[in-house]
Design a protein around this ligand. Structure first.
Ligand code: SF4
Length: 156
């Protein structure tokens, strides 16, 4: 099961370049980032994220063209089922995943258009710092440089 925190769901412009993104915070984070911005997301909190809820969130946020999982939880099979639903039911929607892990499985690379990897390490900073250890890929191409003129403050 994948759980999300409904009150944190928002439409964002900064997280994925050139996209109007519906960002959904996923709980049960398996990360251990030092300086974690939201330690409560490591806990088993929130509501189950289902295909019906995904459909409803997209319908309620007309115009979004990217669906972003902010975190991946601990149930890989369930995450991939939700991703498969998105691809089948919303084929024009870009699919994005912010993972705090150093590396992710091949099925994630093959399924998600955008994949962010790397834990947040304070001394290296978030994506908008040139010193960052984190990377955002679009179809396996590193596009982290797209953040380096921006003033976002993300440590996901
Ligand atoms: S991935 Fe995000 S929520 Fe998870 S430990 Fe790291 S900073 Fe915290």
């Amino acid at each position: 099961m994948i759980k999300y925190v409904p009150r944190m769901t928002s439409v964002v412009l900064e997280e994925i370049p050139d996209k109007l993104t519906l960002a959904v915070d996923i709980s049960n984070c398996q990360g251990t980032c030092i300086g974690c911005h939201s330690p409560f997301l490591r806990e088993d909190i929130g509501d189950e994220l289902t295909p019906a809820i995904i459909d409803s969130l997209i319908a309620d946020n007309f115009g979004v063209n990217c669906f972003l999982f902010l975190g991946e939880g601990r149930d890989h099979a369930a995450l991939m089922r939700l991703a498969a639903h998105l691809k089948a039911s919303h084929p024009d929607m870009a699919l994005a995943l912010y993972s705090g892990r150093e590396e992710v499985e091949d099925d994630i690379w093959d399924t998600f258009d955008y994949v962010k990897v790397g834990p947040y390490i304070p001394k290296y900073g978030p994506l908008n710092r040139r010193s960052t250890n984190q990377r955002l890929y679009l179809h396996r191409q590193d596009i982290t440089y797209r953040f380096w003129h921006r003033g976002i403050d993300s440590n996901r």
